[in-house]
Design a protein around this ligand. Structure first.
Ligand code: AHM
Ligand code: MG
Length: 381
C-alpha cells in the first residue's frame, strides 16, 4: 500500500458495496419468507434519516441548505472513518504514525487518516471558513476560494485512539459555531474561533462501536442516528434523548486517585457505598474513550469526570473539541456539565487558546450536584 492509499484508504468503498449486497439479499429473502422472519424489518417504520431530520428542523431555507451540505460532509467523514476502523488490522492501519501532535502526544496512523477525512470533507463542502482539530497545532485556514461558508467547526477526529489497536470503541467529536466577522474579512481568532461554548449551534459525536451511531444536539434536543449498511444512511434510532436524573455508575480513571484533590477523593470513596449510612455502591465503568463513556452516561445516567489533579491542574480533556461539544449534548439532554463548584458550567468558560484543557464533571444532574456538594464541604473544612 503506498502512502497516499494509507492516508485515504480506498478499500472502504469495496467493503461497503459487499456489505450492501449481502444485506440486501438477506432482506429480500426475509420478504419472501413471511413465516420465517429472522429480524424485525426496520424499514416498515418509515425511518427518518439525519438529512430528513435536518430538513424538518431548519425552516429557514438558507440555514436549511447550509446545514444539509455541512452535515453531509460530516456524515461522509464519519462513514469513511468507520470503514477504515473496521478493517484497520487487515490494512496495517493500526499502530503509530511515527509523529507527535501539538501537545507532544504520539499520533496513531488512524488519527492522521481520520483527520484527513474530516478536513477533506469540510473543506470541499465550502460551508466552513476555519477549523480547529486536535491533530493540528494551529487553526486550519480554509483557502479563500472555498471559504464561502458561515461556519467554524472544531473537532477531535478520532477520540480515544489509544484504544484503537485493541478494537475498543472510539469516536469523533465535533461542534459547529457561526462565524461572527463578515465574510469579506479575515477570520478572527478571538471573535470567530475562541467562542464561548454557549454559542455552539450544534454539536455531536460519532461512536464507532458494535454499530456506528451519530448523536446530534441542537437547541431542539438530542437525537441519535445509526448507520444503516443497507442504505448507507444514518437513520434515526434514538429520539429526544434525556439523561436519567440520577444514575448508579461513576466513570473516571481511578489510577490517578493519589493525585486528585481531597474533594474528588472523598466523592469516589462515597460512591463505593457505606453500609452504616445505607448507601449502596455505584458501579465503576471506564472505557477510556470519552465518546463511549459519554454515550453510556447519556442513556444509563451517572457521572463521567476527568478532574484537575496535581500533575495537570487543568485536567486532560480539551475545551474546544472535547469538553464543550460533550457539555452541550449533556445539557441539551437535561444533564449537567461543570468544571467545579466555584468555576461553574463548562459552557460558560471562555477559551484563551485553541488547545486549552479543562477539568470536567458531567452526566446526571443529581450526580453532578453531589460531586459539587463534596467540593463545597471540603472547601469549608
Ligand atoms: P485523545 O483525544 O488523545 O484520545 O485523549 C482523550 C481521551 C478520552 O477519550 C478519554 O476520556 C481520556 O483521554 C482517557 O485518558 P486516560 O487514559 O488518562 O484515562
Ligand atoms: Mg480526544
Amino acid at each position: 500500500m503506498d502512502s497516499d492509499q494509507k492516508l485515504f484508504p480506498s478499500k472502504m468503498i469495496v467493503t461497503t458495496t459487499i456489505l450492501v449486497k449481502t444485506t440486501t439479499i438477506t432482506h429480500t429473502w426475509q420478504k419472501h419468507n413471511n413465516n420465517m422472519t429472522l429480524a424485525p424489518n426496520r424499514h416498515n417504520n418509515a425511518p427518518r434519516t439525519l438529512t430528513q431530520a435536518l430538513i424538518e428542523e431548519y425552516h429557514d431555507q438558507q440555514e436549511q441548505a447550509e446545514f444539509i451540505v455541512l452535515f453531509s460532509a460530516i456524515q461522509q467523514a464519519c462513514k469513511n472513518i468507520a470503514s477504515a476502523i473496521r478493517t484497520a488490522p487487515l490494512d496495517q492501519l493500526t499502530g503509530l504514525a511515527g509523529t507527535k501532535n501539538s501537545m507532544g502526544e504520539e499520533v496513531k496512523q488512524l488519527d492522521v487518516i481520520s483527520n484527513n477525512y474530516f478536513i477533506d470533507a469540510l473543506m470541499s463542502c465550502e460551508r466552513v471558513c476555519a477549523m480547529v482539530s486536535e491533530e493540528d497545532g494551529e487553526v486550519i485556514q480554509v483557502p479563500k476560494q472555498l471559504r464561502r461558508g458561515p461556519y467554524v467547526v472544531a473537532f477531535d477526529p478520532l477520540d480515544g485512539s489509544s484504544n484503537i489497536d485493541v478494537a475498543v470503541p472510539v469516536g469523533s467529536i465535533f461542534s459547529i459555531y457561526k462565524r461572527r466577522t463578515p465574510s469579506s474579512e479575515e477570520v478572527d481568532l478571538e471573535k470567530d474561533i475562541l467562542q464561548n461554548g454557549n454559542s455552539i449551534l450544534c454539536s455531536g459525536y460519532a461512536l464507532y462501536g458494535s454499530c456506528t451511531t451519530i448523536i446530534v444536539a441542537t437547541n431542539k434536543g438530542v437525537n441519535g442516528y445509526t448507520l444503516d449498511p443497507v442504505s448507507g444512511e444514518f437513520v434515526k434510532s434514538h429520539s429526544q434523548i434525556q439523561v436519567p436524573k440520577k444514575g448508579t455508575i461513576y466513570s473516571v480513571n481511578e489510577g490517578n486517585e493519589k493525585t486528585w484533590t481531597p474533594s474528588t477523593q472523598m466523592y469516589v470513596r462515597n460512591k463505593k457505598g457505606d453500609k452504616d449510612k445505607g448507601l449502596s455502591p455505584y458501579s465503576l465503568r471506564y472505557v477510556g474513550s470519552m465518546v463511549a463513556d459519554i454515550h453510556r452516561t447519556l442513556f444509563k445516567g451517572g457521572i463521567f469526570f476527568y478532574p484537575a489533579d496535581i500533575k495537570s491542574p487543568e485536567g486532560k480533556l480539551r475545551l474546544l473539541y472535547e469538553c464543550n461539544p460533550m457539555s452541550f449534548i449533556v445539557e441539551k439532554a437535561g444533564g449537567k456539565a461543570m468544571i467545579g463548584h466555584k468555576e461553574g458550567r463548562v459552557l460558560d468558560f471562555n477559551p484563551k487558546t485553541i488547545h486549552q484543557r479543562c477539568p470536567i464533571y458531567l452526566g446526571s444532574s443529581d450526580d453532578v450536584d453531589e460531586v459539587l456538594e463534596c467540593m463545597r464541604q471540603c472547601d469549608q473544612n
